[in-house]
Design a protein around this ligand. Structure first.
Ligand SMILES: [Zn+2]
Length: 694
């Protein structure tokens, strides 16, 4: 039989029994049968999965019985399994093995998925049932995880607007639509303005300081724009441009800096009014949904819970960050002064780089022979997990991944019991997006009797044939980081799939993976894996110390520029629904001054008009989450150190009280169960070398 449907043809509402995604896979741990899966088959499964879930939900809504936990929330939690199976496989296709056909399916399916989600979240009859179960959640003898599941679903419905009357829902849908349009405009303006702001350099001598490769790239960029013979410095998203650290021409540094920080702030691509209207409409929407501000609405869904909690945390960091940035400025002023230069914002990176080179000579390229991929993975990453948690990893070359590069390991717990699968796909290639990430093909849950199948993706350059794969230090750290997410997925021991592993809020999810980075340079781990690929000689201790010392320089600047962007994000999203800002640049300046982060030598990492994360990404009122999870991380690292570091009993506490619980318990309560108290910001300040403000 043929299961290949012609491109674009309607898929059947249900799948034939022989379709590889029709039922949970029969392979070990329900590993998807990748050898049989094609994009067309996944497309069919996505469409059939949406239809199946709508039918499942229609049946539960039509149930004449009184709404109960079992017949409503649990039925919802069990619904959509075909769709979930197909979505996980498809999402990985779009990220790791994409193609024109897959992108085409993506464009076809994305709007259908949005309609599908709305149909579920905005169904008044369904919400009425969930609301009734929610009202009695404490009175029917449910365990904590089940109560939490009800609350989780209820909040989803409330945030989606299911509790509104008809007029309210119409208004909400208008607001969402207008916001989506504005967000697209913001992104398009930003792209056009960024291209327009690229700096043309007529005289190649002005590029002194850049490498040969960088000069060639600038020549290529100019030629591409029809400016053969000239050079073009294109802009990256943050305020700081990489070339600022290298260019010896002060005049060119100034031009590049000004082009960057004034991006999209005037003329036909001015994003100021777009951002102001978006902030206003988000405030209007928040009020409609019962919140004072958009920041409060966002925090309700996070571990922070309130915008006041976010304030309290950021408030503790501002003083030390500013004081340390000022101290760094003093060092730089002196260096610049010796050149007869009065330090300006465009000189910062240049002199900062000089300090790094002179005081902390670490040649990061020279470290690579100590970091061979398999040694780092097996003798570093896996071994740290074995010493800490007792878990072991056995290759399963008999199991097929989604690409020839994908390797599969079976994971065993401390008692030797099989736990799940870990897949690793480490090389860059065409069709794989940039960056590094972890995700799951199967999530653990006792409700569905499933065990975890998790995977990591990195983008390491493939070596020439028969050469070893040598990593940079930053790639080593990334591998430990992503594996920290993988452990979060593998350790999961929850009832409901909704709470499995990494299904925690955005301001918590990076915390366990950041903690796992600590083992990369932990002496007992490092000496075991970091041996020279040719000589077998261990990485010298002095080199490790130099790396650690160098990492502290510039933290005042980095923390302050991050906090400034974060507080700007908060300021825009603390507006009430009656305020429409008419001068966005004045608003920005006043907000930075009021937050105590205005320092003319250190601009925010993103200014309003190019703050893509919050006006064209998913981070509105949520840019704080990076440092929120790092506070938890640094405090936990100190807890490990206070208790003897890499020990099984420490690992067992961290695993059983926090990692295994996923989203099934209050995240900060899980943190307290490990740390014995609420999180403290002092360890983060110490780690970043920031002394408290005087
Ligand atoms: Zn991460």
């Amino acid at each position: 039989m043929s299961t290949e449907a012609p491109a674009g043809s309607p898929a059947p509402a249900s799948l034939s029994a022989s379709h590889p995604l029709a039922a949970p896979s029969a392979l070990p741990y329900q590993l998807p049968p990748f050898a049989e899966i094609t994009p067309e088959l996944v497309r069919e499964a996505l469409l059939a999965g949406m239809a199946e879930q709508r039918a499942e939900v229609a049946a539960l809504v039509a149930d004449p019985a009184e709404p109960t936990f079992d017949n409503t929330v649990l039925a919802l939690e069990r619904s959509g399994q075909l769709l979930a199976r197909a979505e996980r496989v498809f999402h990985n296709m779009t990220s790791a093995v994409s193609s024109d056909r897959i992108r085409e399916i993506e464009r076809e399916v994305a709007p259908l998925a949005a309609v599908h989600d709305d149909a579920l979240r905005l169904d008044p009859a369904l919400f009425a049932r969930v609301d009734a179960v929610h009202a009695r959640r404490r009175d029917v003898g449910l365990d904590e995880e089940s109560v939490r599941l009800i609350e989780r679903y209820h909040l989803d419905f409330v945030l989606a607007g299911a509790g509104l009357d008809d007029a309210g829902r119409t208004r909400l849908s208008e607001l969402n639509q207008r916001l989506a349009e504005l967000s697209t405009t913001f992104d398009q303006n930003l792209q056009a303005a960024t291209e327009a702001a690229a700096v043309v350099v007529e005289d190649v001598a002005a590029l002194d300081g850049l490498s040969e490769g960088e000069v060639a790239a600038a020549a290529g960029a100019a030629a591409e724009r029809g400016r053969a013979g000239a050079h073009l410095l294109t802009l990256v998203l943050p305020s700081g441009q990489p070339a600022l650290a290298k260019l010896r021409s002060r005049e060119l540094r100034r031009r590049l800096y000004e082009a960057s920080v004034t991006r999209a702030s005037s003329g036909e691509h001015d994003n100021g009014p777009i951002a102001a209207e978006m902030a206003h409409l988000r405030a209007v929407r928040a009020r409609l949904l019962g919140f004072d501000t958009h920041a409060d609405l966002i925090a309700a869904d996070q571990t922070a819970k309130t915008s006041a909690a976010v304030d309290a945390l950021l408030g503790e960091l501002v003083g030390p960050a500013l004081a340390n940035a000022r101290a760094e400025a003093e060092v730089l002023r002196e260096l610049a002064g010796a050149d007869g230069v009065e330090l300006a914002a465009w000189d910062w990176a240049f002199y900062s780089e000089r300090v790094r080179a002179e005081r902390y000579a670490v040649d990061s390229a020279a470290l690579r022979p100590w970091f061979e991929l398999d040694r780092v993975l097996v003798d570093g990453v896996f071994r740290a997990a074995e010493l800490l948690y007792g878990y072991t990893f056995r290759p399963r070359p008999d199991l097929v991944g989604y690409h020839p590069d994908t390797r599969v390991w079976e994971v065993f717990g401390a008692d030797g019991e099989p736990v799940g699968l870990y897949l690793g796909d480490y090389f860059a290639r065409e069709g794989k997006r940039g960056g590094a990430w972890m995700s799951s093909f199967v999530t653990q849950s006792t409700l569905l009797d499933t065990r975890p199948v998790v995977f990591n993706n990195l983008n390491v350059n493939r070596p020439a044939a028969s050469q070893p794969t040598l990593l940079t230090l930053s790639e080593v750290t990334t591998l430990f980081h992503e594996f920290g997410h993988a452990l979060h997925g593998l350790f999961s021991a929850v009832t409901y799939p909704r709470f499995s592993g990494t299904s925690v809020s955005r301001d918590f999810v990076e915390y366990p993976s950041q903690v796992n980075e600590m083992w990369a340079l932990w002496p007992e781990v490092l000496t075991h894996y970091a041996t020279h690929v040719e000589t077998g000689e261990p990485l010298p201790v002095e080199t490790v110390q130099a790396i650690e010392a160098a990492s502290l320089w510039g933290e005042g600047f980095a923390t302050l520029e991050y906090l400034a962007a974060t507080l700007l994000d908060q300021a825009w999203h603390r507006l009430d629904a009656d305020t429409l800002v008419d001068d966005p640049q004045a608003f920005e300046a006043a907000a930075l001054a009021a937050a105590g982060v205005a320092f003319d030598l250190v601009p925010p990492r993103y200014r309003t008009t190019y703050f893509q994360h919050v006006f064209a990404g998913g981070y509105s009122a949520g840019y704080y989450s990076y440092i929120w999870s790092e506070v938890l991380d640094a405090d936990t690292v100190e807890w490990f150190k206070e208790n003897g570091g890499l020990r099984r009993d420490n690992g067992d506490v961290f695993r059983s009280r926090l990692l295994a619980r996923g989203g099934s318990v209050d995240s900060l309560a899980a943190f307290r169960a490990v740390r014995g108290r609420d999180a403290d910001t002092a360890p983060l300040l110490r780690r970043r070398g920031l002394s408290p403000a005087a």
